[in-house]
Design a protein around this ligand. Sequence first.
Ligand SMILES: [Zn+2]
Length: 253
Amino acid sequence: MKGHIRNKIDESIGRLDEHTEEILVVKEFLIEFDYATKYLSRLLKVRSFIMYLLFFKKAYFEEGLSEITVRLADLGENLLSDLGQPMSGDVVKRGISDLVHLNIIEKSIAKPGQINVYKVKLPSQIKFVQECIAKDLDFKEKIFDDTRTDYYTNPLSRLKILQRDDYKCFYCLRELSKEDFFLDHIKPRAFGGRNYKSNLLASCKSCNTKKNASNSQDFLLQNYRACLLTQREFTRQTNMLQNLVDEYNKINE
Ligand SMILES: [Zn+2]
């Protein structure tokens, strides 16, 4: 699962890499802008960050190229100090050298007459940003992935299994209430079966006792033969059981 998401990031970053020399479509531009404000702002000092935004906007939005030619004096005009004055050349130079030092922009050619060409990286091409994106994805994955959550010991989670199984015993379809139900392990705990939701079934007391450590599929068949289930019900429960077993095996591969 994790590998899958990683591949996706690599894919999208790779895709942007290929298009570095082209105009970004608006959607891509907005995604990149979002990465810049969300992540890059954590890495850079305010002035360097604003300077980067200027480079980024000018390069990718106005010129549609990853390389831009800038006159340092013009950059200063675009940036006002806290006092409302254009930023001095020194301040601009310091900001730029921070960006170069952090490998966020690259100075290509320096010609006399203060014409400078800079190659500007997209936010998604900056290592720090890539690491932040990966961390955020990991975090989201951990929050939403409940396939390995213990559903057996937590009373609220137990109720979720009952709800999933439609408030019926999985083996005989007898109605169950919140106050009176059992959870059965498909792969018995004695054989290393986990408390994952894909290994648990709602069950009545009678089935839970009778089934004991026998195989869930065999037990369904036994109930079908005892006429506790119609053929249709038996087929449906068998399919549902198989889906859970597949899911359980998948996460335990
Ligand atoms: Zn039952």
